[in-house]
Design a protein around this ligand. Structure first.
Ligand SMILES: Nc1ncnc2c1ncn2[C@@H]1O[C@H](COP(=O)(O)OP(=O)(O)OP(=O)(O)O)[C@@H](O)[C@H]1O
Ligand SMILES: [Mg+2]
Length: 474
């Protein structure tokens, strides 16, 4: 089967057994032997055998007890139990504990070789099935990243290229655009996929605790540190750490992170010893890091180090062609989760959805579909879009409770002048309309150029032109 010889650990107090096997099968397998269960268990971790031949009756720890201990390991080699006369009553126990085969002494070498071969074949098969399953899981995850638009195809192709590398990936994009999906995908599609993926939200953990959370601490490092604790970097060893909202990481910690990136080493809080880890780092942020650097809120050297590969997640408003696919995906997801049969939305609702400007991106769309499915009412979508549209444009703030009712007595004669709709909403909208019209005139109604100057997306500009009923004759 393999080019490297299969390593077999023989745990038996009778030295004849190991001698017999080595004499007869040494050309075929590598043998390591232990005279009792304790030595055997030690050799399992140091020698990493592919298979164990385990005697049942031994002084000290019995074979059954050894098997029980082996079962506590995260992964253990297959075990063939070997029994002497009158020990067949242990067959059931061994099988319950997951032994692969059971053979009786005395045996001859050819006989045991047949058993070894059959167990190895089965375990090879099991390994292949496991591998296929993980690949399938990764592909399933990948297929959960919905979107066929050119922008999403670009994202997918970058992810495919960089996932299985050691490059640090920085994922940027507005809230709800799928940054976390990308981070998980980079892990799932890498050779680290069977190792931990740990997410740390740098914005959600108070700054004093973040260092201890990331790097761990030593007993006595601060009040309450009663024992040593590993941090996320240690726990993620050999795997991937996802530093979400990296833009919110305090400056002091940024230098420590830079050191991990450069040397894969750090010290725990209150510690002196360097701890070495092998961790791949993926980060995400919706903050503008270039601005943060200018404002001295983010280290430029860290930025360049994190920025080996940047994936920009396109906002949903820039890829309306993905909306029908996303809608179907979320319909399926929530119908199955809530056992509903709300299978389709009408083309007029799809039209509404593709027109909307999605400040909350895919997350907002997902929530709308979820509500429609749970309540079994498509009309909810139109209502939600209408109220979200009013909130974000400012023009409809009057529909929400006026601020004046909190600030002033209701009968205040000045109530009118505090109305958001009158005082701010309209002004902001009018100012926006005026500015867009000015830039459009300046660019001779070249919409792409205008969108660039206004620093908004092309799609969003089209939306606003329509919304403000602007045209070239204005
Ligand atoms: N392309 C996509 N296909 C399917 N689901 C998506 C896609 N993009 C986002 N989602 C879903 O939208 C929700 C938000 O995605 P995610 O948490 O990855 O966004 P994010 O960019 O990390 O947002 P935030 O910056 O707010 O943390 C999740 O439920 C995710 O499954
Ligand atoms: Mg996120």
């Amino acid at each position: 089967m393999a080019k490297n010889k299969v390593k077999i650990l023989v745990i038996d107090d009778d030295p004849k057994i190991s001698w017999l096997l080595t004499e007869g099968l040494a050309g075929k397998y590598d043998f390591v032997s232990a005279r009792d269960g304790y030595e055997g268990l030690q050799l399992v971790s140091t020698e990493k055998p592919d298979l164990i031949l385990l005697d049942i009756k031994m002084p000290g720890m019995t074979g059954i007890e050894v098997l029980e201990k082996l079962n506590k390991l995260e992964e253990r080699p297959d075990v063939i139990m070997v029994s002497g006369h009158g020990e067949t009553n242990f067959v059931v126990d061994s099988i319950k504990l997951g032994a692969a085969e059971f053979i009786n002494k005395p045996f001859n070498v050819e006989e045991i070789d047949i058993h070894i071969n059959s167990v190895l074949e089965r375990s090879q098969l099991k390994k292949e099935v496991r591998k296929l399953k993980t690949e399938l899981r990764a592909r399933e995850d990948y297929s959960n990243l919905i979107g066929d638009s050119a922008a999403m195809q670009d994202v997918k192709s970058i992810v495919e290229q960089v996932a299985d590398s050691e490059l640090t990936v920085l994922i940027r994009g507005e809230s709800g655009t799928g940054k976390e999906i990308i981070a998980r995908l980079c892990h799932e599609l890498s050779s680290r996929k069977n190792k931990p993926f740990l997410k740390v939200n740098c914005a959600a953990i108070p700054r004093d605790l973040l260092e201890a959370e990331l790097f761990g601490y030593e007993k006595g490092a601060f009040t309450g540190a009663h024992k040593n604790k590993q941090g996320r970097f240690e726990l993620a060893d050999k795997g991937t750490i996802f530093l979400d909202e990296i833009g919110d990481m305090p400056m002091e910690l940024q230098s420590k992170l830079l050191q991990v990136l450069e040397q894969q080493e750090f010290v725990r809080v209150g510690g002196i010893q360097n701890i070495h880890v092998d961790v791949r780092i993926i980060c995400a942020t919706n903050r503008n890091l270039e601005v943060a650097i200018k404002e001295q809120g983010f280290r430029d050297d860290l930025f360049y180090r994190l920025n080996e590969i940047t994936v920009f997640m396109p906002p949903l408003r820039d890829r309306p062609e993905d909306i029908p696919l996303l809608v179907n995906h979320f319909l399926e997801k929530y119908n199955s989760q809530y056992e509903r049969e709300f299978s389709q939305v009408s083309s007029s609702t799809i039209a509404l959805l593709t027109e909307f400007h999605w400040p909350g991106n895919v997350r907002q769309l997902e929530n709308m579909i979820k509500q429609a499915v749970v309540r079994g009412d498509e009309a909810i979508i139109a209502d939600l879009i209408a109220s979200a549209g009013r909130e974000s444009s400012g023009a409809g703030v009057a529909d929400t409770k006026p601020l004046t009712s909190v600030m002033e007595p209701v009968d205040s004669p000045e109530q009118k002048t505090y109305s958001l709709k009158d005082r701010i909403g309209k002004t902001v909208a009018e100012e926006e309309k005026r500015l867009i019209a000015e830039v459009l005139t300046k660019t001779n109604w070249n919409r792409r150029k205008a969108a660039e100057l206004l620093e908004i997306s092309y799609r969003s500009l089209l939306y606003k032109i329509k919304d403000y009923k602007l045209n070239a004759t204005d």
